[in-house]
Design a protein around this ligand. Structure first.
Ligand SMILES: Nc1ncnc2c1ncn2[C@@H]1O[C@H](COP(=O)(O)OP(=O)(O)OP(=O)(O)O)[C@@H](O)[C@H]1O
Ligand SMILES: [Mg+2]
Length: 339
């Protein structure tokens, strides 16, 4: 029993102090800075934060797909105990799709417009040989397309991306991401632009794969309604940094501790929504500072109701706020501030 628990709790992914710098005409920016987190096999993790906070780049870094302009990449990404930073392109290629895969934020650009859906699936299987013959492969492709709720898989297989609706393309992308039964799927805004019914189905599908195959899920989403249904653990990002790590349970019950996380919760639209957490994020007072002009202290200080002189001049510490929970803040709250 104890042994089994230990296996479950062994992190499959450990990211430590990951930082990426990109040169820009205004000077180097750090779109990801000192990002640290871990993920257990079969874990459910969500990354939330406003636009530009570094969520997508964090996901891309786990696949070795950072922008070409990225210069300094520091820290560590350990997957199954092996360091990934510094891997060759060939090593990344072996890993991508088969062990870690991503449902990209832009479904249109993630699908090759000149290939049929079936051809794209065949490429996935051919690039990671598994000894299956072509009949078996075709049958797996049909099963995958059916499993994501696509009717008439043979006809979908013969279609080009532009012949499908946005919701269908998103389902195809999810089927592709789970095709090789990876250990981790990163789903970047997988339900944006989909109606509520379809987004609910897509979420159920990812959760089913998580349950059945113990596929760990990293969900990147603006939509706290979706995050609430999904995540055991939530990372809140702001201006390239994780500013709080908190259990999903606490985030949505007694509330998070960092003033920014609390502002995210309070910015939920409430009127006309089923719950106060449904729907996309609304703006928080003030602007995210540009990455080339971050304030010397806490990046959230200019917008923070609690900020004092220290917050504006000194980098905040990590303060433990609960078991396995912490906030990057001089004055983390009790959570009730956001309730
Ligand atoms: N190739 C690049 N060159 C320079 N800056 C970049 C590049 N790619 C991303 N950035 C910057 O890095 C920051 C983080 O981008 P990222 O796409 O990770 O944000 P995000 O949190 O996913 O936002 P959104 O919610 O809008 O998807 C942004 O400020 C973005 O402008
Ligand atoms: Mg993004």
């Amino acid at each position: 029993m104890t042994g089994q628990n230990q296996t479950i709790q062994t992190p499959i992914l450990e990211v430590t102090d990951l930082s990426v710098s990109i040169p820009t005409p205004r000077g180097p920016i750090f779109p990801i800075r000192d990002v640290s987190f871990s993920l257990e096999r079969g874990g459910l993790l969500a990354i939330v934060g406003e636009s530009g906070s570094g969520k997508t780049l964090t996901g891309l870094s786990l696949l070795g797909l950072l922008p070409e302009a990225s210069e300094k990449v520091g820290g560590s990404i350990r997957f199954g105990g092996k360091e990934l930073l510094g891997s060759s392109e060939e090593e990344w290629n072996t890993l991508r799709g088969s062990r870690i895969s991503m449902v990209f934020q832009e479904p249109q650009s993630a699908l090759n417009p000149i290939l049929t859906i079936g051809s794209m699936f065949r490429e996935i299987f051919q690039s990671h040989p598994s000894g299956i013959n072509s009949d078996q492969r075709e049958s797996i492709i049909r099963e995958l397309l059916s499993s994501v709720g696509l009717p008439r898989p043979d006809s979908i297989s013969r279609s080009y991306p532009h012949q499908l609706s946005g919701g269908m393309r998103q389902r195809v992308l999810i089927a592709m991401a789970i095709a090789l039964k990876p250990d981790i799927v990163i789903a970047d805004e997988p339900t944006t632009a989909l109606d509520v019914t379809i987004s609910g189905q897509i979420l159920s599908l990812l959760l089913e794969r998580n349950r059945v195959d113990r596929m760990a899920l990293i969900l990147i989403s603006h939509d706290l309604g979706i995050v609430r249904r999904t995540a055991n653990r939530i990372l809140v990002m702001y201006a390239g940094r994780i500013v709080e790590t908190v259990s999903g349970q606490r985030f949505f019950s007694s509330g998070p501790s960092h003033p920014y996380s609390q502002a995210l919760l309070l910015s939920r639209p409430s009127a006309g929504q089923k719950t106060k957490y449904d729907g996309p994020l609304e703006a928080i007072r003030g602007q995210v500072p540009p990455l080339w002009d971050l304030p010397p202290g806490c990046a959230f200080a200019p917008r923070c109701p609690k900020a004092d002189n220290r917050c504006r001049t000194e980098s905040p510490p990590w303060i433990e706020t609960g078991p396995d929970e912490a906030a990057f803040c001089f004055y983390p709250g009790s959570g009730e501030d956001a309730a």
